[in-house]
Design a protein around this ligand. Structure first.
Ligand SMILES: [Cu+2]
Length: 161
């Protein structure tokens, strides 16, 4: 059932041409729109992947080694972010002259209680290195840490997400 456009009157031929052009434009617009939607979904997908990738490449949120340097009297990283349930080994260095350590509070947000995690060694002289092996809670939240020798000024927060 083909239509021979040459046999149609001019007006009908023009109308048919316009109709086809219009249909094509509509289809094109539709494809562009759905393409845009697809792109948006792709962007969303990328957006959700990006923080995870960033985290993984930083080695921070999902666990592993996190370098923390202690100075007189501060932690160079006092705002640390990790993923929930992450197994973290803080690699500690005392770059200062004073004595320092690192103590992570437990669920009670209190220090010198049974659920604390303390660095090994518990006392760092100037230049000493050590570790603190710690597992992030399963729930998101904030965990406090400090140096026992400078508990008021040498503090930090681990954000669990
Ligand atoms: Cu200290």
């Amino acid at each position: 059932m083909s239509v021979d456009i040459t046999k149609l009157p001019i007006l009908e031929g023009v109308m048919l041409f316009l109709l086809i052009a219009l249909a094509g434009a509509f289809a094109g617009a539709f494809i562009t729109t759905s393409g845009g939607d697809g792109e948006a979904v792709g962007d969303n997908g990328a957006a959700t992947e990006t923080p995870v990738d960033t985290g993984d490449s930083n080695g921070t949120p999902s666990g592993g080694d996190i370098l923390v340097t202690m100075g007189d009297d501060f932690f160079d990283s006092n705002d640390i972010t990790v993923a929930s349930s992450a197994s973290v080994t803080f690699q500690l260095t005392n770059d200062g002259i004073a004595t320092h350590n690192m103590r992570v509070a437990g669920d009670d947000d209190e220090y010198i209680t049974d659920d604390d995690t303390v660095s090994d060694p518990a006392i760092f002289s100037g230049g000493d290195t050590g570790t603190l092996v710690w597992t992030a809670p399963d729930a998101a939240g904030e965990v406090l840490f400090r140096c026992d020798f400078h508990p008021n000024v040498m503090t930090g927060t681990i954000t669990v997400q």
